[in-house]
Design a protein around this ligand. Sequence first.
Ligand SMILES: C[S@@+](CC[C@H](N)C(=O)[O-])C[C@H]1O[C@@H](n2cnc3c(N)ncnc32)[C@H](O)[C@@H]1O
Length: 190
Amino acid sequence: MDVPVPARIASHPDVYPPSEDTYLLLRGITLRPGERFLEVGTGSGLVAIEAARIGRVVATDANPAAVRLARRNAAENGRRIEVVRCDLMSAVRGPFEVVAFDPPYLEGPLADTLEAAWQGGREGSDVALRFLEDFPRVLGPSGRAYLLLSAGNRVARSTANRCFRARIVASAPLFFERLDVLELTHIDLR
Ligand SMILES: C[S@@+](CC[C@H](N)C(=O)[O-])C[C@H]1O[C@@H](n2cnc3c(N)ncnc32)[C@H](O)[C@@H]1O
């Protein structure tokens, strides 16, 4: 998506604020008018709010403070998004043409505090792996998923490459690592 007409985004001490990875994800996403868009782990809601300029948007987060903040930010920007509190996309049914996730991608134990925004388990891949397992359930047959991964998320990367048609659509160096946005589509088995 074009980056950005910045939405007015309020912050909250318990919610991950828009950061370089947020803007990289935005840059990688292609969303066409009218398409149904799901953002998993929306945080402050910025990506979902930008998407709502173009398509119909549902967003999720496990953090109740993020759900409240994303709803408030959407309302203050005059955008309609449905924000659901759940684990990944467990409470959501598809199909969506586009699904996006900037997961917790750093090595560190899973948590239910603010650290859950960046600690993604073993080599930072555990949450991304669960996303890879479940998103095909909600993605339409010719849909696209956008998943941000760091160079260190080797297990998640090899799973993405093995199970989907994958290509890198945006990249950026960040401190000591490289972040990529992968576009994933169903493998056509015909
Ligand atoms: C790196 S932050 C990204 C936030 C936002 N999308 C952005 O780009 O600014 C990851 C987000 O995923 C949420 N999250 C982490 N694990 C989750 C899970 N299992 N289910 C739903 N949301 C989760 C966190 O609460 C956090 O808001």
